[in-house]
Design a binder for this molecule. Structure first.
Ligand code: FES
Ligand SMILES: [Fe+2]
Length: 443
């Protein structure tokens, strides 16, 4: 039986809280890549992921359009820390700890809304939506200089925005966001430029769902081009039986080498699934003449063609830019996660295109869609299987023997290869190891 890296004892499947030997959780060999299944199940590893990854990295917190008007706000988490993203009367966006300066209650309990001030539910202190303390209940209980104490909703140390995507970082010493996004930026641009005006609109509301499995299963799956023919077989059959797609065409497209079907791994753990056609749940832009003309008028034919490639973009550790929507992963515990799905409209694409695109999104990704529920079922299957005490090693080796480095520094494989997943776990290992070193040095 394979040794259990958590105990250095022969594997018994026993989960332990002993400090894991992080480096031994991944076996990265020339043509074989394996991951220990404890990364899905172990509480200690999960706690370290929160402190070493989610509380030290650039984390997506909102799209600017989620707080479109002054006074709009949304709440979310950075790791386990509650935060508010709000737009003040000057139009500036603040990202604030959702923690009262008095005795620590959250001041905002809603997921989103509109407010000029946040009133703490405990003793009624009032903070402006830029975080400043503007009022305190029963003021005479404090001395005259009370408002000089600097009490406020504290801002997150680092906040930066790219193409409307707002990222925050709890590490004040982190390199700038532009460094972090340097490799994936061109794909963010292509994604935003699906709008002929280069701007997105987000309808009010979010589709949120929780599942009893580890957060990384969603991270792996969103750029997994291998599973579609199997997990989504029933949907493929419906498309082919209805004549919407030719018999066998979806499977053939997926499996054809040499066409524009790629899986890519990038620095910083980012990944990409890219196809010319055949991606399930994806709007057929090329079949909409009016949209194509608008896009070509804005960007020219070559870039328009590149924009219309079908892409799922993973930005480590918690953000997906899917073709139709923004998808955000929230880890809760080793075996509990939830997802926020924010559908997008493309400014300048025309109402008909936007409505058909949203319908296609709903058909596959919606609450009663044909696709997303199947994926969740597989997350649960994998989480359940990970508890078995057999050989704990998971295989992420597909296509490793045929991947190549391109001129952009991307590792490129066929779209069914596990290239993005290897990229994800190499970055995971780097941050988990780096975090361990910083902790040892008291940082
Ligand atoms: S904890 Fe917020 S007013 Fe007391
Ligand atoms: Fe899927």
């Amino acid at each position: 039986m394979a040794p259990n890296p958590l105990t250095s004892e022969p594997g018994t499947g026993t989960r332990t809280t002993a400090d894991p030997k992080i480096l031994s959780l991944i076996r990265d060999e020339p043509t074989r890549f394996r991951l220990h299944s404890a990364v899905y199940t172990n509480q200690h590893i999960f706690d370290k992921e929160i402190s070493r990854i989610f509380e030290r990295s650039w984390i997506f917190v909102a799209h600017e359009e989620m707080v479109h008007q002054p006074g709009d706000y949304v709440t979310t988490n950075l790791g386990k820390q509650p935060v508010i993203v709000s737009r003040d009367e000057d139009g500036d966006i603040s990202v604030l700890f959702n923690r009262c300066a008095h005795r620590g209650s959250v001041v905002c309990r809603e997921e989103r809304g509109h407010a000029n001030v946040f009133r703490c539910p405990y003793h009624g202190w009032v903070f402006g939506n830029n975080g400043h303390l503007v009022g305190v209940a029963q003021r005479s209980g404090y001395p005259d200089d009370f408002f000089d104490w600097g009490l406020r909703l504290e801002p997150i140390p680092r906040v930066e925005t790219y193409r409307g995507l707002v990222f925050a970082n709890l590490d004040p010493t982190a390199p700038p966001l532009s460094d972090r996004l340097s490799s994936v930026r061109r794909y963010i641009d292509l994604w935003c430029d699906r709008s002929p005006e280069g701007r997105l609109r987000l309808p009010e509301g979010v589709h949120r769902y929780e599942f009893p499995a580890n957060w990384k299963l969603q991270a792996e799956n969103g750029v997994d081009g291998y599973h579609g023919n199997y997990v989504h077989e029933s949907f493929v059959n419906i498309l082919e039986r209805s004549g919407e797609r030719g018999a066998g065409s979806t499977t053939k497209t997926r499996n054809t080498l040499g066409s524009r079907n790629f899986a890519k791994g990038m620095p910083h753990g980012d990944g990409l699934l890219e196809r010319e056609e055949g991606m399930l749940g994806t709007f057929d832009y090329r079949g909409h003449k009016d949209y194509c003309e608008r896009l070509e008028a804005s960007y020219g034919p070559d870039r328009a063609d590149d924009i219309m490639m079908q892409r799922n973009i993973f930005i480590f550790p918690n953000l997906f830019l899917f073709e139709s929507h923004i998808r955000v992963i929230h880890p809760v515990s080793p075996n509990t996660s939830y997802i926020d799905v924010h559908p997008t409209y493309l400014e300048g694409a025309g109402d008909e295109t936007n409505e058909e695109r949203l319908s296609e999104h709903e058909r596959f990704f919606g609450p009663s869609g044909f696709g997303a529920p199947d994926d969740i079922e597989i997350f649960v299957c994998t989480q359940t299987g990970a508890a078995a005490s057999s050989n704990p090693w998971l295989e992420f080796s597909r296509g490793m023997h045929r991947e190549a480095l391109n001129e952009l520094g991307e590792v490129v494989g066929h779209s069914t290869d596990e290239v993005p997943q290897r990229s994800l776990y190499r970055e995971w290992l780097r941050l988990m190891s780096e975090g361990e070193r910083l902790e040892e040095n008291g940082l």
